[in-house]
Every structure is written in C-alpha cells, then in structure tokens.
Design a binder for this molecule. Sequence first.
Ligand SMILES: Nc1nc2c(ncn2[C@@H]2O[C@H](COP(=O)(O)OP(=O)(O)OP(=O)(O)O)[C@@H](O)[C@H]2O)c(=O)[nH]1
Ligand SMILES: [Mg+2]
Length: 624
Amino acid sequence: MEIDRKYACVVESSPVHMNYRNDIRNIAIIAHVDHGKTTLVDAMLKQSKVFRDNQIVGDLIMDSNSLEREKGITIMSKNTAVLYKGIKINIIDTPGHADFSGEVERVINMADGCLLLVDSIEGPMPQTKFVLRQAMEKGLKSIVVINKIDRDNSRIAEVIRLTQDLFLELATSADQLDFQLLYASAREGFAVTELGMKGKDISPLLDCILEKVPPPQIRSGSFQMLVSNLDYDSHKGKIAIGRIWRGRIAPHDSVAVTSSDGTVANYEIGEVFTYLGLKHMKVEEAEAGDIVAVTGLKQVSIGDTISSSDMPEALPRIEIGEPTIEITFGVNTSPFAGREGRFCTTRQLRARLYKELETNLSLRVQDTDSPDTFLVKGRGELHLAILIETMRREGYEFEVSRPEAITKMVNGKLVEPMEVLTIDTKSEYVGILTEMLSKRQAQFTDMRNDGQDNIRLEFHIPTKGLIGFRGAFLTATRGESIMNTIFIGYEAWRGEIVTTRNGALVASEQGIAVTYGLNNAQERGDTFIEPGTPVYEGMIVGMHARLQDIPVNVCKERKKTNIRSSTSDIAVKLTPPIIFSLEQAIDFVNNDELVEITPKNIRPRKKLLTHAQRLRNTASARRK
Ligand SMILES: Nc1nc2c(ncn2[C@@H]2O[C@H](COP(=O)(O)OP(=O)(O)OP(=O)(O)O)[C@@H](O)[C@H]2O)c(=O)[nH]1
Ligand SMILES: [Mg+2]
C-alpha cells in the first residue's frame, strides 16, 4: 500500500505565519526498561491493519535484531509508521535500558511529541526520569500512558501521583506540566481515557496523538535533513535515516553531506523511502516534516546534515552523553588463537571497532600504546557486552579486559562517575544487600515499603562499585530481586575499592579436560567446564574455595593399575559446571585476567599464562 498522495502536501499556515504539515505526527515512545514500549507499538501496528488478516506477526515486532529477540529487550531505536484517520503517525521505538540511553538521545530530535509509558506497578523509575528530561529539553509534547493496567496488583493512583511529582521536578515551564493522561494495556491492545472505562482498542491513544501532538513545523528554505540513523542494504549500500527539516527531496537530487569536521561531500540521491508499518515505501518525493530513508550517500554518519547542494548548511549535531566504562579489546593471544574465528587479525579487529562508531553514537574507540590493543568506552557493561556478542556472532575472535570506570581530572581533581542504584527486593535481603553495597562504597539514600513486603532501596554508588556486582546480587537474592542503575554525574574519587573475589582454579597444562582431573579440581572449588573441553595452561577452569589462585591439572587421567579396586568401575559423578554467560564472564575476571572471546567459546584466562610467570610477577610487585 503506497502512502496516499493526497496527504503528502497538506500544508497549513498558523496565525503566526508558521507552516505546519497536518498530515503527519512524529512521536517517540520512551520509558524505563520493560514498561511495554515495543508491545505498545505492536498494538498500534496491529490496530492500523498494516498486516494481512491471516498474517502471523508475533509479539515485539520491532525487536527485529536476533540479540533483541533473545534477550527480550530493545537495543536499538527503530522507526515505523501507521496511517490513522488519513494521518501518518511516524513512531520511534526506543530502548529503555540505561546502557542504551545514547539511542534515545540520537533519535528524540525527530519527534514533536512523546508517549511516556509508566508501568502501573513499578511507577516512574530512574530511566523514566532520564528520558522525560530528554523529552522536555527538546520541547516535546508529552502524553503519559499508564501501562499494564490489566495487572492485578497495579497501584494506579500512587503511580499517577509519582508521575506528577516527576513532572513538577523536571518541568521548566508551566506548559510542560500540562500532559495528557491515558491508561493502557499494551498487551491486550487497548487504551482508555478514564479509569473504569471498558477498553476496546488502541484508538483513544491514536486520537490523543492526533489531537495533542503538534504537527511538524515546516521551516522555509531548501532541503535540509539531520541523519539520526543508518542502515545498510547489500544492494542499496548505506541508507541514511532522518527527519526532513526544510524543503523536499527526490531521487537523483544533488545533495551535500556536511560531516563532523565540517567537510562537505556532494552526492546524487539514489532512492527515497518513507515508512509505513514494517516496510520502506519508495516515493517520488518527500517533504519537510516527514521521516525518510535515502540511499546514494557513500560517506555519511549519524549526526551529519544532508542539504541541498546549492546551499550546504549544517544543523546542530546530536549531543550524546559521555561513556562511563572502558574495556580493552585485544587481538587474541591465547594458544588457541585463530582456531575458531574468521576475523582474528589486529587490522580486522581495528576496522570493525572503528566501523561501529558510525552507528553506535555513545561508543568511543581509541588506539593504545600497544598496536594490538584498543580502548573501547561505553555507557555501561551491557552496552559493551552487546558489542562483544555482536562481533563474536559475526565471526570475530579477540580478548577483552575487565571493565573499568572512566575517571578524569576536573580542575586538578580526580573525579569518577556516580550512579543511582535502585533495587526492588524483599525485606529478608535488605541486610545482606546493604552489607555488600557498603563494601562497594554505596551510600544508602532511600527505602520504601509498599506494605506488602515489596521494598525499594536506593543508593548512590560509584560506577566502579557496580562492576561485578550484578552476579553477586543475583546470587545473594536468589534471582528474586531487580536492580537498575543510572548515571548521574561525576564526583570526587572515593579511593580504591578492595573487592575480594575468590581465587581461580587455573589449568596447569594444555590438553583435554577429563572427569578424573575435574573431579580433583572440584575438591578445591567450583568448575566451569565439562569433561572433553580443550584447555590451555593459564585458562581459568573454575573458582577456588579460597582467596588465592591455584593451578590444577584437569587433564590428568587416573593412573592405570592392574589391580581392580572395588570402586574403580563406579563412574565418578561430577557436579555440573557453572557455565558463564558473556556478561558473567566479563564481570568475573580480575585485573590480571582476560576473557578470550571466539564465535564458539568464552574463556576466562590469566593474562600471564604460566605459573612461573605469575609467580615472578607477584614477587616483583611485592618488591615494588
Ligand atoms: N501484563 C502486561 N504485560 C505487558 C504489557 N505491556 C507489555 N507487557 C510485558 O512487559 C514485558 C516488556 O515489554 P516490552 O514491550 O518488551 O517492553 P519495552 O518497554 O519495549 O522494553 P525495552 O525496550 O527493553 O526497554 C513483556 O513481557 C510484555 O509482554 C501490558 O499492558 N500488560
Ligand atoms: Mg522495547
């Protein structure tokens, strides 16, 4: 279905001689993680009948990337659009996890209004505040949607009060306090304007968008568009996505791309697309106010301005918050290097990391003194873990270090990133959590109990105190609690944290791990591998029950004797190994350790592989 051309040039003048396009609305959907943004987009898409009646579309349609589907979270912002009452609503779905905040900053400038979703039980969370602040700074009109009202224990009145408090705290003008309130169950596909009304479908929300979100303003002048996203197609090449601020664009137009350093390159536009449902619709022309995707630009990055070639004029670049965590990526130096990956060289690793900068705006990559190692900075452990996982799936092989918080000097003083940590838990875990966190320099700031033993704790904590915390947190609370963090700024460095992880069980020989050797190792601690796993000297195969590292020979076979012991035929029963996910492995390693990443394996290892090297190193460190 092509977009109906009769709407494509509806331009109305307002009393102040400002032109608006009344046939379009541009909205961003923003919220804390899991509050139901992508499910709400499903509901809007299904309602606007962009699918055939018999088409099976499933859930979380916009979470199209394989990692998004596996993890059940949105990682990248994406565009779609629905046609409702003859008006096209361009929708931008954004991720709610704090690590992907850069994705919200990147796309929010395309919108004129936002749907701020708030979970009817959780209420406003740290990321709700972050995204609402972003929306207010950009002057977006807010519609608040209290979502998941179908849930039994929802506490809507309290959630509304907390949301109003948040608006009071963040609004800089009286105008911003005037938000429209709706109630929805994205999952059941309905929205209502009054509580108690029977929900039918999502149309009250779509009507509210048409009514409350201002239509896009048309600035006068020649073509100008800010690139907010990039896509790639093997036939069409790079696809630049963004909102047209001025003028119109058509295939074969001559345009100029102004990049971050001010250089201007001229290109001819290939094709022009607009969005409808999940499809790109090829169009003959698109006008200011719409969100489009264009091809034909060989060199273009997010934040660049595309303008008419007669009058290249750059728009302000997109501002993205600073990274807080860094990690080193190195070429794989393990004895198994090159066995499992397709891309293993320094050149390939470097090229891939720098390419990531084109789309991953909050990421930074730096060369280091060592030609084989790169410093990669991101917005949190998950932000970096997603990059690592994506690269390993593409066939890259490399090694990474333990993440470190990024410190810097401000006015001659060392400062470090700080975060607010929110924990939803039960009273039985409050004691242990407070104790664990105080060792990590956290300051307790708030505690709320809803009277049903659901406790929300809040702490201020240096980012460095959060590294490696998630695993310990999940174990301590038996997976029954939820933690969320959000960066709040830099504060004076609070000194080193002495965290004491147990020592590692370190393989002392290269070979294949066997049951007998692993059984011996299990007398010393927990193991991480199955029998039959190839190991090398220096690879970490388990965690010692004590604080120091200990070499173990997991390849050691039982001595063959002629005498049959009465128990020799009884198979040894091993305790199942602890298998780390990528995030857990990165969280686990210490400063003298690395994680080897290949498409097939994630292996924690010592930086110095032989026992002798490590002994020498410890001795020289002591002498210093
Ligand atoms: N009961 C109920 N569950 C819902 C509703 N909306 C979403 N959910 C569930 O909440 C979970 C998260 O939904 P998503 O739509 O992925 O949330 P999101 O805000 O897009 O999450 P991120 O993009 O990762 O921040 C899913 O399990 C949904 O099925 C609702 O209205 N009611
Ligand atoms: Mg989502």
